[in-house]
Design a binder for this molecule. Structure first.
Ligand code: MHF
Ligand code: KIV
Ligand code: MG
Length: 270
């Protein structure tokens, strides 16, 4: 079954889709082993891993680089890659850039906004597409809830239906009231994947650094399944202390020469 049919079948059966971002080899490996349904190499890599000030600094080459690492970690898993800011200004540009992400190992690409002509061009080129509506971080610089008014909510449903008619495989809904997400999910054929979109979408997506407790912000939409931030800090401080005190390495971490070689070595070699 192709990737679109697989997720459509999950929606039909009412089985929720678990999507999670990954940016590197070991994380992708762990996610594949845990049964994540779809790995997202998001442009959130920019602010969370690369130290950029905004999503707008992320380049196509950044996403391609991280897609290759994730593909090596999860050779069989479905991978979704974000088209970064300004890499889909025209349908031709979107297709050319999406092809590069596909060559890097992505199965599907995602772009932000109510741009059915972009989705249509990608799909015509044989590239599975995920839409992204609600909060669109590449252009919405105030990270606020969208679709709070009846007018804005109706516009979101309309945009979703227009995207859906092009034949998209999935639609990400970010930071919208759950009533809007529920209505929208019923209005489209494609499975909806929510982040801060409440309980009634066909799937969920989180940013891996948030789930692991590596992000300082405590987002309402997130659940922290671990507190790795303090754990990493403690581990690194322990290492520095041990090196400074000559407590690391010990004999157990060191390698010794064979006795014969050592005798010869100490008496001047050969
Ligand atoms: N680490 C991280 N986690 C994410 O979920 C995430 C990213 N980065 N980068 C890309 C987008 C941006 N997202 C964001 C960014 C900010 C808020 C935020 O400030 N939320 C507020 C509520 C806002 C409101 O009430 O309008 C919060 O208090 O959680 C939410 C999602 C989701 N995505
Ligand atoms: C927040 C998700 C949906 C995303 O687009 C990203 O991680 O870049
Ligand atoms: Mg993104």
């Amino acid at each position: 079954m192709d990737i679109k049919a697989r997720f459509l079948e999950m929606k039909r059966q009412g089985r929720p889709i678990a999507v999670l971002t990954a940016y590197d080899y070991p994380t992708a490996k762990a996610e594949a082993a845990a049964g994540v349904d779809l790995i997202l190499v998001g442009d959130s890599v920019g602010t969370n891993v690369l130290g950029y000030a905004s999503e707008q600094e992320v380049q196509l080459s950044d996403i391609a680089h991280h897609v290759r690492a994730v593909r090596r970690g999860a050779p069989q898993a479905p991978i979704l890659a974000d088209l970064p800011y300004r890499t889909y200004e025209t349908p031709e540009m979107a297709v050319a850039n999406a092809r590069q992400l596909r060559e890097a190992g992505a199965d599907m690409v995602k772009f932000e906004g109510a741009r059915p002509e972009i989705a249509a061009a990608l799909i015509a080129a044989g590239i599975p597409v995920c839409g992204h509506l609600g909060l669109e971080p590449q252009t919405h610089l105030d990270k606020k809830l969208r679709g709070r008014s009846a007018v804005e909510a109706a516009q979101l449903v309309e945009a979703a239906v227009a995207l859906d008619r092009t034949g998209i495989s999935l639609l990400v809904l970010e930071l919208i009231p759950e009533e809007v997400a529920a209505r929208l999910t019923r209005a489209i054929a494609a499975p909806s994947i929510g982040i801060g979109a409440g309980r009634y979408t066909d799937g969920q997506v989180l940013v891996i650094t948030d789930l692991l407790g590596l992000t300082s912000a405590n987002f309402r939409h997130n659940r922290r399944y671990a507190e790795l931030g303090p754990l990493i800090g403690t581990a690194i401080a322990g290492y520095v202390r041990d090196v400074h005190q000559r407590a690391f390495p010990t004999e157990a971490n060191a390698f010794a020469m064979p006795k014969e070689a050592l005798l010869s070595f100490e008496s001047g070699g050969s």
